[in-house]
Design a protein around this ligand. Structure first.
Ligand code: CAA
Length: 248
């Protein structure tokens, strides 16, 4: 890649299926990658696997749903590594159920983890990005923020909310050297998708014109592109990457 002095990349929810591949790809690209995680137990095993493959991300714990925790994490990163040049808001969870069965708790945790987290992380990284007149913010949304998916009122609301957030923040910081974009993956072969009942998943795959799930590397490739300095004129955009499942 054509590398610059802007080398520090933070990936939230790094230990998940999409996050893992993003971390590897950004390390391969030559960035100093910070892997954010929530659960120390999972992160410890994950880091061992990464190291066995020759990858050395820096590890920083914070629940991205918590504004104060994110603030403390960003402060430590800035002191120990430097200003965050690239932020990938990737952390996300599902708590699927039909709306009539959906609990206030599952609404709350999905909105806080998937959408409030984007505010929390952006709000803490934005001033240093403005000061250095450079930044790349990449928000990982979903095809299900663009279309209906039975059982995902909470998830769809959070993922759709990211679009309004991205477009508005993009225009607010467009003159500050910062780009803000959304990626909307379709169904990708991750644990999150594999958790969907097999018969339901088979039905979903039938509805994907390419007839297959996406690969985590395909999303990481797009992250790498949007993170690059050459992507400077792309902002407020949404990149759908869903095998043709939703075209509009
Ligand atoms: N369309 C229409 N009706 C449906 C339906 C569908 N897709 N699925 C279920 N129903 C019906 C049921 O038949 C049932 O009807 P009756 O009451 O008349 O019997 C009613 O809706 C309610 O059913 P249940 O509450 O019992 O729901 P369920 O247990 O059958 O299934 C569910 C609910 C768990 C949400 C299931 O539909 C499901 O897993 N759906 C897939 C959700 C999904 O795609 N999640 C994506 C996870 S991966 C991800 O999110 C990553 C990403 O970004 C893409």
């Amino acid at each position: 890649m054509t590398q610059t002095e802007h080398t520090v990349a933070l990936v939230t929810g790094a230990t998940g299926g999409l996050g893992t591949h993003m971390v590897k790809r950004l390390l391969d690209d030559g960035y100093r990658v910070i892997a954010n995680y929530r659960s120390p137990e999972k992160a410890e095993a994950w880091l061992k696997e990464m190291q066995a493959e020759g990858y050395e991300p820096a590890m920083y714990q914070a629940d991205v749903a918590d504004y104060e925790e994110v603030g403390a994490m960003v402060k430590r990163i800035q002191e120990e590594i430097g200003v965050i040049d690239i932020l990938v808001n990737n952390a996300g969870i599902t708590r699927d159920s039909a709306f009539r069965r959906m609990t206030p708790e599952s609404w709350d945790i999905v909105l806080k983890t998937n959408l409030y987290s984007v505010f929390n992380c952006c709000h803490h990284v934005i001033e240093p990005m403005v000061d250095q007149h450079y930044g790349r913010i990449i928000n990982i949304s979903s095809v299900n923020g663009q279309r209906a998916q039975f059982g995902q009122v909470n998830y769809a609301a959070a993922k759709a909310g990211m679009h309004g957030f991205t477009k508005t923040l993009a225009v607010e910081v467009a003159r500050k050297g910062i780009t803000v974009n959304t990626i909307s993956p379709g169904y990708i072969a991750t644990d999150m998708v594999m958790a969907v009942a097999e018969e339901v998943r088979a039905q979903i795959i039938k509805g994907i014109p390419m007839g297959r799930l996406g690969g985590t590397g395909e999303i990481a490739h797009l992250v790498s592109f949007l993170a690059s300095e050459e992507a400077a004129f792309i902002t407020g955009a949404n990149y759908a990457i869903n095998g043709g499942q939703h075209v509009h």
